[in-house]
Design a protein around this ligand. Sequence first.
Ligand SMILES: Cc1cc2nc3c(=O)[nH]c(=O)nc-3n(C[C@H](O)[C@H](O)[C@H](O)COP(=O)(O)OP(=O)(O)OC[C@H]3O[C@@H](n4cnc5c(N)ncnc54)[C@H](O)[C@@H]3O)c2cc1C
Length: 456
Amino acid sequence: MTGQNQRIIVIGGGIAGLTAAFRLQRAGFDVTVLERSESELIGGRMSTVERKGFHIDVGATLLLSSYEVMIQLAVDAGLAHQIRPAGDVFGIFRDAAVQRISSGNRLHMLRSPLLRALPARDLLKVAADFGRARNLFGWHDMSRAAPADFESVRDYTVRRGLHPATFEYLLAPFVAGPALAEPEQASALSAFFFFNTLIASGGTFTTPQGVGFLPRGLAGQLPVEYLAEATSVEEHKDEVTVTWNRPGEPEHIETAAACVIAVPPPRLPGLYPQLDDGQRTYLQDIAYSRSVHIAFGLDRPTAESSLLLQIPRIEHPELAAYVLEHNQHPDRVPPGTGLVMAHFRGTWSADHWALDDEQVVKHALAGTRRLGVLPELERHMTMAEVFRVSPCTVMRRPGEYRAIARFARTLRGDTRVRFAGGDFLAHSTTNSSVCSGEHVAAQLTRFLHKARTDQP
Ligand SMILES: Cc1cc2nc3c(=O)[nH]c(=O)nc-3n(C[C@H](O)[C@H](O)[C@H](O)COP(=O)(O)OP(=O)(O)OC[C@H]3O[C@@H](n4cnc5c(N)ncnc54)[C@H](O)[C@@H]3O)c2cc1C
């Protein structure tokens, strides 16, 4: 065993921290996870809560077949039996109708009315640019994309002379949906990244318990301290000191051979002051969206068959997308029911963060009525619950991949404190966080093994 019972403290029980903790424990380290939430919210932005029989994903909800590292993690943790292949139909609302694309069938995708309605020369240009860009993508580190990162989605559209419809219906939804970002602000590369993640990945998977199956399953195999908020991390030559608090208890001060910090990057400078000025500036400048979204429980499934229904902003100024959970797999909801998540645009969520729940639900229902989609939301609703998530997802702006490359170069291989999470060097996807957790665990295992064997 490599770890030989050396202690490692992992801060953050999101999927990045739990992945790192699971791998480090498997490598023989004595691991403790500190999570500031209660156990119901284990998994952070990948958690699932139960309400009236529905398993509702609080943040992430779509898991793609291309998440191979995540699937392997589920296999290694003995959780793969819960996985079901899910629906692969994505819808986009255009001109009072839903246009559908099946991501599992390339031919069907090319023949879809959505693509056929766009100028063919635009599609050829976008396909060629996407083909070049996709070689630059990395799940946990996007440094390689730095040289190609110089324009927003809007500027890219203008430079390539694309039709406004190509911009609104093909490119903008790939930042408005997954990153809740506006195409004027987001880097063109992030639109290509999410196109590759969502559509070019060839399908999705799910479980009856929602996405929370994975963090919950990992946490069940790890010592996790709940309601434990880390307040400071200090690195010394041979050890790390971690201070944490739990309501009603005296302050805890503990030492370990190493520490993995797996919290959203903007929280890092307050927790770990031993950063240089460049690192601190990069972390504090990362821009996040906010999300106000609603879970609608229904007494029946919807007639609409898509799994994700995107609403371009020229079709509606507030609503961004609906996720139709019952279309992932029938086991995903109680028999005969439906579960729809309604997501607002990131800008709308930021501006209406404090709006009361009743008003939020009213806005979603009024918007849905105006669009003329999903009539079941009003007629067959059995519950509605509003969720607010902040920070939600990273918005990568033009030039940010160059900042990522600079920050990545500052991360040394000989430190006892490491950072895990897709938001540090890539994008907010659950698989980016899994890959980051795997990477950090492997690096730290090698480093601590070497430090031990080098001892006189
Ligand atoms: C609304 C929404 C929809 C999304 N949709 C998708 C999707 O469909 N598919 C997809 O792949 N991804 C999606 N994502 C992105 C994905 O959820 C995240 O990128 C991923 O879950 C982040 O994992 P993480 O472990 O890096 O961070 P987090 O999940 O944020 O975990 C960090 C953890 O650290 C804890 N913490 C923070 N500070 C402290 C402290 N001081 N001490 C102790 N604990 C602390 C937090 O409570 C949290 O549990 C979505 C995100 C949101 C919000």
